[in-house]
Design a protein around this ligand. Structure first.
Ligand code: FAD
Length: 317
C-alpha cells in the first residue's frame, strides 16, 4: 500500500514509522533485524531504508595508496525486499540523484516495481565525503525535482527512451524532503519553499522533514508551506539526541538549531547514558505535542539503534 493510502486509512490517527540505514559491507543483516524486531509491536505501516553516497577509499598497494570509489552501505533495495517479506510491512527505499545515472535509476525503479515496492523517497543526496558541494553525476540528475519527474514519467508508462508498449504501468507514491530550518544551500527559506513546491508540482505525494528539536519550527514550516500552496501531508522526522557529541555534530551537518533548554540538560549529564535518557525524554515531549497537533505520522530517525526509539514509542503508542 502507498504511504498516502496508509495515512488516509488511519483516518486522522497518527501513525508510527521509522528509518533505518543499511549495514556496512560485510556485516550481518541479523543485527538490523535485532533492531527492527522491538519496534514491530508499534505496527509501523512503512519503514524507510536510506541510501548512502559512494565514497573514496584508499587501498595500500606496494607502498602507494590506490584511490577507489565504492559504496560502503549498499543493499538498500535488497533490505527493503527482505524486510517487506519478513515483517509483511511496506518499505520505502531512498532513491538518490547523486551517484546514479538516470539509466541506473530506471533499472532500480523497474526492480522496485517487480518486487511490489510502490513507495520511494526521491532525494538529491549530499555532496560526497570530502567534497564541499554536490556535483551531479554524469548522466544523472542535479535536483530532486528532476528525479520526481523521472518517476512520474514512469508512472505514465514513459521510459527514458520513449513510450514502449506498456501494459503494466508503475504507480509509485513519491516522498520528498522538506526543511523546517531551510536546506543548508538555499539562499532563503522562501526560495527553499518555492523549490519544495516545485517538487510537489512535479508529482511528490508527501514530504518528510529534516529533524528538528523545536516543534515551533515544524508548525511554522507547515503553515508557510500551506501558504505556498503545498497541500500534501508533511510528516515530521524526529530524532532523539543520543550522545554529547550530537550538540556539535547535528548543527554542523544539518545546519539546525538546538533549543537552549535541551543544551542545558545535556550539559548536566555525567555520561552518554544520561544524555541518551535526556534525548528520550525530550523526544517524548516533542512527540506528544506533535500527536496533539494531529500530525499524520511520527517518523523517527533510528540510526540503526532501536532501544531509545522503543522507549519513546512505548510512552506514546
Ligand atoms: P533538492 O530538493 O534537490 O534541493 C537541494 C538544494 O537545491 C536546496 O537548497 C534547494 O533549495 C535547491 N534547489 C532545488 N531545485 C533547484 C533548482 N532548480 N535550482 C537551484 N536550486 C535548486 N541523503 C542521502 O544521501 N541518503 C538518504 O537516504 C537521505 N535520506 C533523507 C531523508 C530525509 C527525510 C531528508 C530530509 C534528507 C535525506 N537525505 C538523504 C539528505 C538529502 O539528500 C540532503 O539534504 C540533500 O542535500 C538535499 O536533498 P533534497 O532531495 O532535499 O534536494
Amino acid at each position: 500500500m502507498k504511504v498516502t493510502e496508509h495515512i488516509e486509512k488511519a483516518n486522522g490517527k497518527t501513525l508510527f514509522s521509522f528509518e533505518i540505514i543499511p549495514p556496512k559491507k560485510g556485516k550481518n543483516i541479523q543485527e538490523l533485524y535485532n533492531n527492527i524486531d522491538p519496534l514491530m509491536e508499534f505496527e509501523p505501516p512503512f519503514i524507510d531504508v536510506t541510501t548512502s553516497r559512494e565514497e573514496f577509499i584508499y587501498i595500500e598497494k606496494e607502498g602507494l595508496f590506490d584511490r577507489k570509489i565504492t559504496r560502503m552501505r549498499p543493499g538498500t533495495l535488497g533490505i527493503c525486499a527482505a524486510i517487506k517479506h519478513k515483517y509483511n510491512v511496506d518499505t520505502v527505499p531512498h532513491v538518490l540523484c547523486g551517484g546514479f545515472t538516470k539509466e541506473e535509476t530506471e533499472y532500480l525503479l523497474v526492480d522496485c516495481h517487480y518486487l511490489g515496492i510502490n513507495n520511494v523517497m526521491a532525494l538529491r543526496g549530499d555532496a560526497m565525503k570530502g567534497e564541499q558541494y554536490f556535483k551531479a553525476t554524469k548522466g544523472g540528475h542535479s535536483y530532486a525535482t528532476q528525479l520526481v519527474n523521472q518517476i512520474q514519467n514512469l508512472n505514465s508508462g514513459k521510459y527514458l527512451h520513449g513510450i514502449l508498449d506498456v501494459d503494466d504501468k508503475a504507480d509509485f507514491c513519491i516522498g520528498v524532503a522538506g526543511y523546517p530550518e531551510k536546506h543548508l544551500e538555499a539562499p532563503s527559506m522562501k526560495t527553499d519553499l518555492k523549490r519544495l513546491k516545485e517538487k510537489v508540482d512535479a508529482g511528490a505525494d508527501y514530504v518528510v522533514t529534516q529533524m528538528f528539536f523545536d516543534n515551533k519550527r515544524y508548525f511554522d514550516f507547515v503553515e508557510a508551506a500551506k501558504k505556498e500552496g503545498i497541500n500534501v501531508p508533511i510528516i515530521p522526522g524526529i530524532k532523539p539526541i543520543a550522545v554529547n557529541r550530537h550538540l556539535q555534530l547535528l548543527p554542523q551537518v544539518f545546519k539546525i538549531d538546538l533549543p537552549e533548554s535541551l543544551i542545558t540538560e545535556v550539559y548536566k549529564c555525567k555520561d552518554n547514558k544520561q544524555v541518551r535518557q535526556v534525548g528520550v525524554e525530550w523526544c517524548i515531549q516533542q512527540s506528544k505535542e506533535l500527536l496533539d497537533a494531529g500530525v499524520p505520522v511520527l517518523h523517527y530517525y533510528s540510526m540503526g539503534k532501536s532501544d531509545n526509539i522503543k522507549a519513546i514509542a512505548s510512552a506514546l503508542f
